[in-house]
Design a protein around this ligand. Sequence first.
Ligand SMILES: Nc1ncnc2c1ncn2[C@@H]1O[C@H](COP(=O)(O)OP(=O)(O)OP(=O)(O)O)[C@@H](O)[C@H]1O
Ligand SMILES: [Mg+2]
Length: 334
Amino acid sequence: MDSQLAIRARGITKYYGDVVALDGVDLDVAQGQIHGLVGPNGAGKTTLLGLLLGLAVADSGRLEVLGTPVGRAFEAPGGVAGFVDGPGLYPSLTARQNLAALTALRGDGRRSAGIDDALEQVGLTDVADDRTRGFSLGMRQRLGLAAALLTKPRLLVLDEPSNGLDPAGKKHVHGVLTRLAREGTSVVLSSHRMDDLEALCCEVTILATGRIVFSGPLGKLAAENRELDYRLLTSDPERARRLAAHTPGVRLSDDTTAGRGGEVLVVRALVPALDDLVARLVHEGVALRELAPVVSPLEAAFLALTEQRKTGAQEQKTESEQQKTDSRRQENGR
Ligand SMILES: Nc1ncnc2c1ncn2[C@@H]1O[C@H](COP(=O)(O)OP(=O)(O)OP(=O)(O)O)[C@@H](O)[C@H]1O
Ligand SMILES: [Mg+2]
């Protein structure tokens, strides 16, 4: 075991009946790293986070958390805290009482001294004495994080912690996570928002239908050479359209829309071809008023990778269905 790794997973597979939720997943998360997990609905993110928290066990593969192999017992490995599918709270107790109850249940009364501090860190001081029954999703998420902080974890596992957070809540949560990571705690969190992950994580893992389609630094993901769609607003849409049509490597999309400042063209191109188009526009005296990717380069990379995987999975399924049909035909022919 590499002592610098908080998580080392090799060939993790998890089935729910016939459904393969995780299919040969390898994952390395370094100590003190904030690692993002992203993928379409049903990709296996919650399943993987649940394994890290000891809420379920893998059907095969090896999982080491904080240097200790995770066995077949359903228990949270020592030093790990977090939650999936929202934190469990007592609705009739206040936020402060919930944290006190959780520390008492853990037999860790000493930690109750940190409750006020934890509430302050997540920005819940003002509602500390309100019952959690009336808490919004974002407030519940923040209280769940406060509860995890009280255990002083070395690995924090959070399933979509940004769900329901208002901008102030997001700022608090981001602040807490970056401080924890600076102090050496590793954080694994899932999200559906690439911009969220971009603000927090240095590395991400993209899952699609139970398999990893990318794992590594965000910079590597964004830097991949990929054609993007760009919105183009100019002073003369007709001439811009003609120039775009005659610029090698630039394709006009049908998605032309009416923007605030006139007709917005959508063109698809690699950056060099786009540069060429901009130079031509300027040379012809067409003013450029707006030029921006329709979706961010990270989002585009995510969509391309997960779409590929979906198409591949569908093709595989069709192939295996064809094999079944063929073998049925052979049996019938006998
Ligand atoms: N308890 C369960 N019983 C049966 N199937 C399950 C169970 N939990 C998950 N699955 C299936 O496993 C697959 C992965 O689900 P999982 O919840 O891990 O995905 P996810 O990436 O977290 O999705 P989402 O973005 O919607 O939260 C899905 O096909 C899901 O239907
Ligand atoms: Mg999930």
